[in-house]
Design a protein around this ligand. Structure first.
Ligand SMILES: C[S@@+](CC[C@H](N)C(=O)[O-])C[C@H]1O[C@@H](n2cnc3c(N)ncnc32)[C@H](O)[C@@H]1O
Length: 650
């Protein structure tokens, strides 16, 4: 308890307030899972062996060591690829992305093992392995893991024990307006759905999408060629508030702040129109001729062909086929005069769709298309610019083969089975973030790196600065083309490198992108004991991982000094007074040491105040020269590790 008080001392009032709220929520959830469902809940819940332990288990953060060799143009972009078990890595990301109203990630995407009998996943298996077996597996992989066969009677239990803590960790990382998307198929859909209801709340469910990806003609009964994507909000009330805020913005006013995706094919038409307009200025017939030629040149299955906006006037591309009928009958019946014949046009049988005043204003705005004379009912004009978006429907029909082709074009054949489709992911990420150009997307089961590919494409489309964080642990199967130790670096990250450089396996010309990523490898757990026993180098790694201003990148390290270990993104120095092999006095910040630190800072041209980490401080406190951070409590506080009571027996 003593540790708890001193680590909490290092938090600001706001951080403390957030911490208390989190603890309350955590307690509520732990209680809900710890008790028997009958006693604790008023409705049906999922029961499985391990339920009572699942949120009670502490997941300490791990060190995330930057690996320069596997990073790619790290100074150009802030994307990250992290090799390691996703549960431990997510616990570590909390330092920087603990979800709140303005912090955290915008989207979490999970594409976990589907438990088909073919995939391997890590699971909490304490109930049928000996304690030492579990410890040995954990030391090696961070978790016990194995291939779970379809005739394993505890296969669902294992899968749930894998998923539940990861979904909970993801929830903590999400902004309060954030959204999680989880892919799954029929093997675990029932369990996943119930888990999501309990962990995220039934009221926060947004949709269960279906991706129809193939037809299985050899199916004995019915071809189940689809899979699911469950979409949940972290907090739908917050999301509703954001929607109403978005409805006030210029971009989302027309859609009243509702989620809308861009209609496929619209962009191609608008680009063709913009080019023709640039060339022919206000010559509408010439622009129309250019647009006709554009439509003619399109391949048969191009999505733009399905869009019924093909005419041009001085205001843009339009469609004049909107009906003017009052739905259901009984609408107003006033006179509307034909502009050429001057006679009243034929009104719709059900009456006009608009009241007379509104109709007059629509006529004045050239939004009513009169026919050749008054004998026919006019139609409503709509412009393509206003109809660019459409609602997302719950079924997405797209062959899974497209995703395979895209992956193989980048990486070649026989490397990865069943990659997801970057276009579908990009469209969904854009949908749930209102196309936010600064959205942060976390994919904890990165596999072939599809999410990275999708986010790079999204940024290229609108010059956005979205950020992706990919976590991948490697596939331990012998059949995998890559040794586990190189799987993430040589497959997940390699796809992203190639997408960035434009150098794909197909040797065709592809755009390159002015961005890059830092690569990290997960290390050992960071506990109080691990900090106190750490070498100087290891402690420097940990400190550089938790620096406040988003500096934990490959390039924040400063080498070659006795005390100085790095510089923050804003240029402030970071120093460490630590000699693990000697006595406590070797970890004390004294005035002479501070003088030496300031000298080093001048030589390395880093700014003051310097962040100095040491066990204790006897130098005078001078805020503009340095900030003292006490080891281990300041570090534990930043990592959110307050509960260190169990440290000793780990
Ligand atoms: C279904 S695949 C994801 C495919 C990916 N969405 C794509 O489009 O390529 C699941 C991936 O999660 C990885 N994985 C499984 N358990 C993991 C864990 N505990 N931590 C990190 N990655 C894990 C597997 O190695 C595998 O590559």
């Amino acid at each position: 308890m003593g540790h708890l008080e001193s680590a909490l001392d290092h938090l600001s009032i706001d951080e403390l307030r957030q911490k208390v709220q989190e603890l309350q929520e955590e307690m509520r959830m732990r209680n809900a899972f710890a008790g028997s469902p009958d006693a604790e809940s008023s409705d049906a819940v999922l029961q499985w062996l391990g339920r009572s332990r699942i949120l009670a288990e502490r997941v300490p953060p791990v060190g995330l060591k930057p690996v320069e060799k596997d990073s790619f143009r790290a100074k150009k972009g802030n994307h990250r690829i992290i090799e390691g078990d996703n549960l431990a890595v997510m616990a570590s990301l909390l330092t920087e992305f603990r979800g709140g109203p303005s912090r955290g990630v915008d989207v979490v995407y999970f594409d976990p093992p589907y438990n088909t009998g073919q995939d391997i996943f890590a699971y909490n298996d304490n109930y049928n392995l000996s304690k030492s077996d579990v410890q040995a597996l954990r030391r090696r992989h961070g978790r016990a893991e194995s291939l779970v066969s379809l005739d394993d009677p505890t296969r669902h239990t294992k899968w749930i024990n894998h998923m539940a803590p990861r979904l909970w960790a993801a929830r903590k990382l999400l902004k309060t307006t954030g959204v999680i998307i989880v892919s799954i198929d029929e093997h675990e859909l029932p369990r996943l759905w119930l888990l999501m209801e309990e962990l995220f709340g039934e009221k926060n469910r947004i949709a269960a999408l279906v991706w129809e990806r193939a037809r299985k003609n050899d199916a004995s009964y019915v071809s189940e060629g689809h899979e699911y994507m469950l979409i949940w909000a972290r907090n739908k009330v917050e999301l509703d508030a954001k929607r109403s805020q978005m409805s006030q913005t210029e971009q989302w006013q027309g859609d009243k702040g509702r989620w809308r995706k861009r209609k496929e094919g619209v962009d191609a038409i608008l680009i063709a129109y913009a080019e023709a307009k640039e060339q022919y200025r206000n010559n509408v017939p010439k622009i129309q001729a250019a647009l006709n030629a554009f439509f003619k040149s399109l391949p048969k299955n191009h999505p733009a062909r399905k869009i019924r906006y093909k005419k041009v006037n001085s205001r843009g591309v339009y469609n004049d086929d909107g009906n003017l009928n009052w739905p259901g009958g009984g609408g107003p019946k006033y006179k509307v005069l034909h502009p050429r014949t001057g006679k009243a046009v034929k009104p719709p049988a059900s009456g006009w769709r608009f009241q007379e005043d509104e109709m007059k204003s629509l006529i004045a705005q050239h939004r009513i298309a009169f026919k050749a004379d008054h004998t026919k009912t006019p139609r409503l004009i709509t412009y393509l610019q206003e109809m660019e978006t459409e609602v997302q429907t719950s079924v997405i029909v797209k062959s899974g083969q497209r995703a395979v082709e895209t992956f193989e074009a980048v990486m070649g054949k026989g490397i990865f089975k069943n990659p997801k489709d970057p276009e579908i992911l990009a469209s969904l990420f854009n949908l749930v973030t209102w196309r936010d150009q600064r959205a942060v997307v976390l994919d904890a089961y990165a596999g072939s790196g599809t999410t990275g590919h999708a986010v790079i494409n999204m940024n290229a489309e609108d010059q956005g600065q979205r950020q992706f964080i990919l976590i991948e642990n490697g596939d331990p199967r012998a059949a995998s083309k890559f040794a586990r130790a190189r799987y993430t670096a040589d497959m997940t990250a390699e796809r992203v490198r190639r997408v960035i450089s434009g150098k794909w396996a197909d040797n065709k010309p592809h755009a390159s992108h002015d961005t890059g990523f830092s690569y990290y490898r997960a290390q050992d757990e960071i506990t109080k004991r691990a900090i106190m026993e750490a070498t100087r180098e290891r402690l420097a790694d940990i400190i550089l991982q938790i620096v406040e201003d988003d500096s934990n990148r490959v390039d924040c390290r400063v080498e070659g000094h006795k005390f100085l270990i790095g510089r923050t993104k804003l240029g402030f120095g970071i120093s460490l007074v630590w000699n693990a092999t000697k006595t406590a006095t070797d970890q004390l910040l004294t005035w002479p040491i501070l003088e030496k630190i300031l000298e080093e800072a001048d030589t390395a041209k880093v700014s003051r105040p310097i962040h100095v980490y040491a066990s204790a401080n006897s130098a005078p406190l001078t805020e503009d020269l340095y900030r003292f951070h006490q080891i281990p409590n300041a570090i534990l506080a930043r990592l959110g590790v307050f509960d260190t009571d169990g440290d000793e027996d780990r």
